[in-house]
Design a protein around this ligand. Structure first.
Ligand SMILES: Nc1ncnc2c1ncn2[C@@H]1O[C@H](COP(=O)(O)OP(=O)(O)OP(=O)(O)O)[C@@H](O)[C@H]1O
Ligand SMILES: [Mg+2]
Length: 924
């Protein structure tokens, strides 16, 4: 298959640039500004934040609202307009409150959101004849014609046509659903295919690079967002200059591609992300013109396919259980009335009111308020951004946190410690070769962000670097990639007649000692000896890189691949020191104190990993390597993952596997990482956390972003999560137990009394007051004990609590009936008034006695709510509203008796709570 664009093959790249009115040095700032006006901001149409109305609409979709709406419809059908009105008010208020809560959290995070907004590295010129400069630009300011640099972990910011690519593989799942990375390459048309094939003998793979069939699409075709046929070479290990996989490509068929087919190899689409390699590309489409915006609605949004999170499992799980229960209530009440009292459909309004009364319809509001409050406080502190509200709850539930080492626990700013030969003697020569490798990898791969290890090597080499760059000329580079811990630079000696004549290329390799030594021509004992030496350096806490070289006959056009990295000659080791992040030790200690176990998962050497752990006050124990994980089945991994603290030499998939194993073992696992190699684990974890400095895709995959460098911020986020969960769980316990008590009491009373114990209107009014008061629980301060352990809602515990205290509540209510019936012979209106008062007073008392008290007293909102509840309970029946709701005043004697019941109930509650807590503690 031969690529033949209209303008002739050789001119295609330049032609694309020309058609876009750009050049290799990018646009001028003035031109870019004009284009921004013309094309508009580079934002996807659907990406704008949800407005209040959309949010409000979303609020209507939760289960309780649905139940209420059903009950509302039933009421309307029965023409009980009062009930229908009350329900409408409830739904509206609940949705409005939720919307307001979410909005507040969003506003607090807005400033920080700027901070984590994705940027792109763009090449632009300040003036037409000024040299081009690279600068970081917010993605929405990109315009067609901009020249953009890509590196590992970057999100492709717009639709690009590649101008240059080194080992580029991208993940196009957002567009195609295909999870394997796809190779991307630039059509190398200047070189004749025949020449390439002739030169590419040794690598095993034919060197011809085959280009997409029908790929004559230049800029105008690209901008139309419809891909043409595609033929993407398979095989993931190919790099610039290598032609692996071209065989399969040449046989692949040309088909008209739907939006979900992978794109041609020289195009990168917005919404995909760079897995490995680097590239330069020119923007061909932005905003609404990109392929992503034309593809499936919602594609690429969020970038994370959600699995059930701990939040879903606990809060949502409980909510759905309750909904089912609620739906049973109304028929049950009807049935009981019919069977035992011979009542007919006239009890339906009452049954509906009872079901409404039982529904904790404010749960979504309390959940949102509690979470939003925590998230907003964290955002205001400038420390933590919670990208998904429920993630805050999940963070509070985390009981094991896996942390990657480099860039997270250590500052990603290593410095050279020493360069030694195989015998451990100082060898400046080794540093020189490491620098040659680093220099040419950086130069040829041109990453937007230079690799920290390469930079450290170059810093240490100093002036020698300049000499190296003059002495050698880069031919090709095979950079590191996730799962490929070594890099190779192929260089040619400048001006050396021997090299020039014989056409010799020099491969300079540096990387993880195990990997490099495996590719060296060494006998087994010597390799063992060298590995031990590397191990000894690593045990000192140093990051060790082995350096090796090989001479090869020159090959045209730098067609080199990983297959060429063999038979190398060992040169020596460079060892770098990695400073531990200043707050890391403290942060880990605090987390351990909070019952969060910390595990370290790193790509580095076991010795280095163990040493860093010790420096951080973490006892490493036996270090498990990725290689060992490979030998284990999932069932065997679970117990090993549980007892191991440090996992070293982890490839990305190893990290993800450990997290998966921990979750399978019933743990709630968080993952804190910053790199492309952490991506799989971030997605696998219950909560993914990424430091601000992390790569784009890691930030995008994370649920929580740490905006401050201070790692102890993580602890504050954990506490905020637990506080929210504590408040939510207090709300559920209090509401459900008193609602259950009331329902049981009403059923009992309904069967014993000749009249309805409460009129539907009374039930609903009382319910409104309960709801309003219980909102205050979102602003409670849970006890310190709640903050010390991972906080999770346990449905079983909740059920037990609700049963015990619900029955107690019902007992108090039945006692109230007895008192009321005895004291004034069952006058209906007085009975209603008495029960109304009693109910509101007990509710206030329950709120005070059953909340998870801290030692610091009752916070303002809770105090206010309970006082208001008590006052309303006492005064409403006496007010002009009393007769409206068919309630009459009580004789003084009744108040005395009610006070007695109340006091007894209070004592009972306090005792029951103490017993309950003692038994719960004993069970734990
Ligand atoms: N620029 C580089 N040149 C040569 N080798 C490198 C380079 N960068 C990384 N390596 C090798 O690859 C290994 C794995 O790197 P990787 O990025 O997966 O993990 P890491 O940075 O060591 O640790 P962590 O997983 O904690 O971030 C490193 O330990 C190192 O041996
Ligand atoms: Mg890292």
């Amino acid at each position: 298959m031969v690529w033949a664009p209209e303008g002739g093959p050789a001119g295609s790249t330049l032609q694309t640039l020309r058609e876009l009115g750009s050049g290799p040095r990018g646009l001028t700032e003035d031109e870019a500004e004009r284009r921004l006006v013309r094309h508009g901001a580079n934002t996807l149409p659907g990406r704008r934040p949800a407005g209040r109305l959309r949010r409000f609409g979303r609020g209507l979709r939760d289960p309780f609202t649905a139940v209420l709406l059903c009950l509302g419809l039933v009421s309307a059908a029965l023409a009980s307009w009062g009930t229908a009105c009350v329900i409408t008010v409830l739904v509206t208020v609940s949705c409005a409150l939720r919307t307001a809560g979410e909005h507040r959290a969003d506003r607090a995070a807005a400033a920080l959101r700027e901070l984590i907004a994705t940027t792109a590295t763009v090449r632009r010129r300040p003036a037409p004849d000024a040299p081009a400069v690279h600068r970081e630009l917010p993605v929405d300011e990109l315009v067609p014609g901009d020249v953009v640099l890509l590196g590992p972990g970057d999100l492709v910011p717009a639709d690009l046509r590649l101008l240059r690519a080194t080992g580029l593989t991208v993940h196009e799942a957002a567009l195609t659903g295909e999870s394997a990375p796809v190779d991307k390459r630039v059509p190398d048309l200047a070189a004749g295919a025949g020449a390439l094939r002739a030169a590419g003998g040794t690598g095993g793979a034919p060197a011809l690079r085959v280009l997409p069939g029908g790929g004559g699409d230049v800029a105008p075709a690209l901008a139309s967002a419809t891909p043409t046929a595609s033929a993407v070479p398979s095989g993931s290990g190919s790099y610039s200059g290598s032609g692996s996989g071209s065989d399969s490509a040449s046989t692949s068929t040309s088909r008209s591609a739907p939006a979900s087919a992978p794109g041609p190899a020289h195009l990168c689409y917005q919404g995909s992300s760079v897995v490995s390699g680097t590239a330069t590309g020119v923007v061909v489409a932005t905003g609404g013109a990109t392929r992503l915006s034309g593809a499936l609605p919602g594609a690429g949004r969020g970038g994370r396919e959600r699995r059930t999170s701990p939040f879903d499992r606990s809060v949502n799980g409980i909510a759905w259980t309750l909904v089912r229960f609620m739906l049973l209530t109304a028929p049950l009440v009807l049935l009981a009335g019919a069977l035992l009292r011979g009542r007919g459909m006239e009890t339906l309004p009452f049954a509906v009111a009872v079901a409404v009364g039982l529904t904790p319809e404010m749960l979504p509001v309390v959940v949102t308020a509690a979470l939003a409050r925590g998230a907003a406080a964290l955002a205001r502190g400038g420390e933590v951004i919670v990208r998904r509200l429920p993630a805050l709850h999940d963070l509070g539930a985390v009981d094991v946190l896996c942390v990657d080492k480099t860039g997270t626990l250590t500052q990603d700013r290593p410095v050279l410690d020493r360069a030694v030969d195989g015998d451990g003697a100082d060898a400046p020569d080794v540093l020189h070769w490491a620098a040659v490798n680093a220099l040419w990898t950086l130069q040829l791969a041109e990453p937007p962000v230079p690799d920290a290890l390469d930079e450290a090597v170059l810093d240490a080499a100093g002036d020698a670097v300049l000499d190296a760059s003059e002495e050698y000329e880069g031919v090709a580079a095979l950079p590191c990639a996730p799962g490929r811990p070594l890099s190779t630079a192929v260089v040619r000696r400048a001006g050396d007649p021997r090299f020039a004549l014989a056409g010799t290329h020099l491969l300079v390799v540096k990387g993880a000692p195990e990997e490099v030594l495996e590719r060296c021509a060494l006998d087994a004992p010597e390799r063992e000896r060298l590995l031990r030496r590397a191990g000894a350096l690593a045990a000192d806490g140093l990051r060790v890189l082995a350096v090796a070289r090989a001479e090869r006959p020159a090959r045209a056009h730098g067609t080199y691949g990983p297959a060429d990295e063999h038979g190398l000659e060992f040169t020596g080791f460079v060892a770098l020191r990695d400073a531990v992040a200043p707050t890391a030790a403290e942060a880990l200690a605090v987390l351990a104190d909070r019952g969060v176990e910390v595990k370290v998962l790193t790509g580095d050497h076991p010795g280095t990993a163990a040493r860093v752990c010790r420096e951080l006050g973490l006892s490493p124990g036996e270090v498990v390597t990725g290689e060992r994980l490979d030998a284990l089945a999932d069932e065997e991994l679970a117990p090993l993952a549980a007892r191991t603290t440090v996992f070293a030499r982890c490839a990305p998939e190893h990290k993800a596997r450990v997290v998966r194993a921990l979750r399978a073992g019933g743990r709630t696992a968080g993952f804190l990482g910053d790199g492309v190699n952490d991506l799989a684990a971030l997605r696998e974890a219950d909560v993914g956390v990424c430091p601000l400095a992390g790569v784009d895709v890691a930030r995008e995959a994370a649920d929580v972003v740490l905006a401050s460098k201070d790692l102890t911020a993580l602890d504050r986020a954990v506490v905020a999560g637990r506080r929210s969960t504590g408040n939510i769980s207090a709300y559920l316990r209090i509401t459900l137990s008193s609602n259950l008590g009331n329902v049981v009491a009403m059923l009992v009373a309904g069967l014993l009394l000749p009249f309805l114990p409460m009129l539907p209107a009374q039930v609903l009014v009382q319910n409104l007051f309960f709801d309003a008061a219980q909102l205050a629980l979102a602003f409670d301060r849970p006890a310190d004990a709640v903050l010390r352990r991972p906080a999770r809602l346990r449905p079983r515990d909740l059920l037990r609590f609700v049963t015990v205290f619900g029955v107690l509540n019902a007992a108090a209510d039945v006692a109230t009936f007895a008192v009321l019936t005895l004291s004034h012979g069952g006058a209906e209106e007085a009975f209603h008034a008495g029960w109304f008062t009693e109910n509101l007073l007990t509710q206030a008392m329950v709120m005070l006695l059953l909340r998870a008290q801290g030692r610091r007293g009752v916070p303002g909102p809770v105090r206010l709510a309970t006082t208001a509840l008590a006052v309303v309970g006492l005064l409403l029946p006496l007010s002009p509203l009393g007769p409206v709701l068919s309630m009459a005043g009580l004789p003084a004697l009744s108040y005395g008796l009610l006070a007695g019941v109340l006091a007894l109930y209070g004592v009972g509650l306090a005792v029951a709570r103490r017993c309950y807590e003692a038994s719960a503690a004993a069970a734990a």
